[in-house]
Design a protein around this ligand. Sequence first.
Ligand code: 5GP
Ligand code: MG
Length: 174
Amino acid sequence: MKIKGRPLRLLVSEEEIANRIKGLAKEIQDYFGEPFLVVGLLKGAFVFTADLIRAFDIPVQVDFMWVSSYGSMQESQGHVKVVKDLDRDIEGLRVLLVDDILDTGYTLAEVYRLLELKGAREIKTCVLLDKKERRKVNFNADFVGFEVPNLFLVGYGLDWDEEGRNLRGIYAVE
Ligand code: 5GP
Ligand code: MG
C-alpha cells in the first residue's frame, strides 16, 4: 500500500487495535464507575473515539473539539488554536479527553488546561498511540493503547495531508 507514492509498513493491525480497545474500555469504565463525558479531538481521534465509545457498556455522552497547532506541518509548537469548541458547558463534569497520538505533548497539555478552565470536575486522558521519546512537555496520558516508535504514522484516523485516515490499521510511512 502507498500514500503519495511512499510505501506504508503495517505497525498495528486492525485486530490488534480492536483487542486493545476492549481492554482500554474496561480499564476506563472500571475507573469512572458511572456515566461520564467523552471529549474527542478532531480530526485525528474521530475513528478511535467512535470505536472506544462503542466498547463501553455504561452510558457516555460524546462531544468533540477541533484544535489545530500552528507552526510546522508535522510537529506542534506549543500553541493550539481552537477551531471548534465544545457544544456544551462542562462545569462539574467528569471528562475523558481522547486523542489519537501523544507526541510532543503540547496539544494535550494545552487542551487539558482549557478543560480545567471550563470547570471540569475531573479530567482523565486517553490516547491510542504514545511516542514517549518525543515528549517536550511533562505530560503523560492516563490510558494508553500502544507505545510506538518515533516514525510518521498514518491510518485509523491519522492522516498525511488528509490522506490515509480511512486505513484500518496503523502504518509507518517509509
Ligand atoms: P503533540 O502536540 O503531542 O506534538 O501532537 C499531537 C498531534 O500531532 C496529534 O494529535 C496528531 O495530530 C499529530 N501527530 C503527531 N505524531 C503524528 C504522526 O506520527 N502521524 C500523524 N498523522 N499525526 C501525528
Ligand atoms: Mg491530532
